[in-house]
Design a protein around this ligand. Sequence first.
Ligand code: COA
Length: 177
Amino acid sequence: MTEIRTPRLLLRRWHDDDLAPMADIHADLQVMRWIDDGAVRDLDRTAGDIERWEEEWDEEGFGLFAVELLASGELAGFTGLSVPEFLPEVLPAVAISWRFGSQFWGQGYASEAAQATLEFALQDRGLDRVISINRVGDDASENIIRKLGMVPERTTVHPVYGYPLHVHTIDLTEFEA
Ligand SMILES: CC(C)(COP(=O)(O)OP(=O)(O)OC[C@H]1O[C@@H](n2cnc3c(N)ncnc32)[C@H](O)[C@@H]1OP(=O)(O)O)[C@@H](O)C(=O)NCCC(=O)NCCS
């Protein structure tokens, strides 16, 4: 099952009409501040991103969910699972991540989607461990990580950008769904 409903959200695969709202999210410097080199992304780059995210669903059986607000049908961003190929030292591993439009921050949507994603990882995909990787200083992500019950695993350095990263982990066999 690749569709999940939470009290306020629909987590689902990507549709063609997600491109414009996701490109708006990627055009916001505030959103991109802690991601890769901090640069905004244009429509073409976002289209390539969505294509790759959908390929990961087909290849791995998990991926990044488009997160839609049930009340309005708006695309708020994504939360989901991916293989963190950019950081070979942690592999094999599956990582949880999130990215929401800034107008959707501060309402608990990312935490609600992340909780549902961990339940999906355990119950639907049978994963026993999920990690998270964030740039040191990204306190909003660390707040979610803490609330999920993830624990520090290591501090390391981004292989391309050279800045420090925190890696957290959760043993899903002890996760309270
Ligand atoms: C990381 C990111 C998703 C966090 O967003 P966020 O709005 O802080 O997180 P949430 O949606 O879970 O909202 C949490 C806050 O909403 C508020 N809130 C309001 N209503 C709420 C509700 N019903 N339930 C829970 N929290 C609620 C709380 O203040 C809560 O903060 P607290 O846990 O300190 O009390 C967001 O900052 C983002 O998209 N950033 C850009 C992308 C990025 O950096 N991604 C990470 C790269 S590794």
